[in-house]
Write a protein that binds this ligand. Sequence first.
Ligand SMILES: NCC(=O)N[C@@H](Cc1c[nH]cn1)C(=O)O
Ligand SMILES: [Zn+2]
Ligand SMILES: [Zn+2]
Length: 477
Amino acid sequence: MSVPSKVTDYIAQNEAAFVKRLSDAVAIPSVSGDAAYRQDVFKMADWIKNELTALGVTVNFKDLGKQVLDGQTIQLPPAILASIGSDANKPTVLLYAHYDVQPALKSDGWNTEPFELVFDEKNDRYYGRGSTDDKGPLIGWINVLEAHVKTGTELPVNLKFCFEGMEESGSEGLDELILEESKPGKFLHGVDCVCISDNYWLNTRTPCLTYGLRGLSYFKLTISGPARDLHSGVFGGTVHEPMTDLITLMSKLVTPDAKILIPGVYELVAPLTPQEKALYDALDYGISDVEQSAGAKIALSDDKIKVLMGRMREPSLSLHGIEGAFYSPGAKTVIPASVAGKFSLRLVPNQTPDKIEQLVKAYVTSEFQKLNSKNKMELEHLHGGEPWVDDPNHWNFQAAKRATEAVYKKTPDFTREGGSIPITISFSRALNVSVVLLPMGRGDDGAHSTNEKLDRSNYLKGTQLLGTYLWEVANKK
Ligand SMILES: NCC(=O)N[C@@H](Cc1c[nH]cn1)C(=O)O
Ligand SMILES: [Zn+2]
Ligand SMILES: [Zn+2]
């Protein structure tokens, strides 16, 4: 059984409608990390509900409760649980994607309006926040459904959907829902495999299937002292300055060549075996790929294997920003009263957010004591997620491999991803089934960055890939 040509033809012939769908979705600024955009995250959920319902899918919103964000208590966006088909003779595939996006302002350095899908004819690609992460892939599934419905083609599998609106902000509330819904008789019970399209090829040439993700521990380190912002001419040299303490502490977390300075972090890392090392050598990757996607010649090493291991199987620590610091143009001579540094660690087997939190707390507390500062320090662990590694030989991966070969005429790379999708391990554990990551976009798409894009061919072939995958899964059972 292979994907019928009427389905693939429909996808090939309906590009304009699919682009319009992506454009409508990108126009909704569903930024989960900023309370000011929360209504747009809800709007995005309603938009998806309408699209799915129109195609005959049964859709339910699951209330995930409330959260405190920027000092406000606000409603979490719903998890969208939806399904179509319940044939006991067909496998049931769970599709996960997220409908929230990272923040984006034109002034961050975008060449176009971030919440407008803009076609770049010269490079044959679409720019817009969420184009690749993760609205393009989410809409790819809707396009696939439409192609079946409009051509009167019966789906080869039963489909369940779990679309969330908080992935970029710690997936609050979803873990508990998955555990509950995996119980006998509940929505997720009986799922045979999971497919997530929410990462990227390793390069710009070769499609990949991903069997591992790094975990994450995200921290906020606040230093406060004065009752208000102070004049540096009046108070400089007379008081403990929060910013000076914070910069001193942040400089003790990681070296410029990316060595994490927190004692105990590397001791937890699973040892490298010769078999694992050989896997990195086989991947289609070069230093030019990292330099191209970073947009500069700034790779930490010239050794391909070292660079790949730095992304896939080593922990890393990144400094993200400082809340409360003076950052506007001009030269304001201020001593900020309270500043909060944001940093996170990407975790690998056998590290867990709990163990990492203990190590970070012990280290930062002892380093702060060494400063003999009269300021106050607070360290918060904002959110975390465990690393995940699956079996790339499972039939779920083999189905994805056959689908990739059929659409791209290339054997995919088997990769581990440096990013995190914290909910992946929750599905894997709660349902005890294989999870395959089947990316749509390329390694240079610029997710989370300015000028995020999705190549036109990746959107169209990616839609074909998702559809073909479902037919290959049906071949297994
Ligand atoms: N496409 C997956 C992705 O971008 N995941 C985020 C998850 C996250 C967690 N906290 C903030 N974002 C990632 O940064 O890896
Ligand atoms: Zn994503
Ligand atoms: Zn993301």
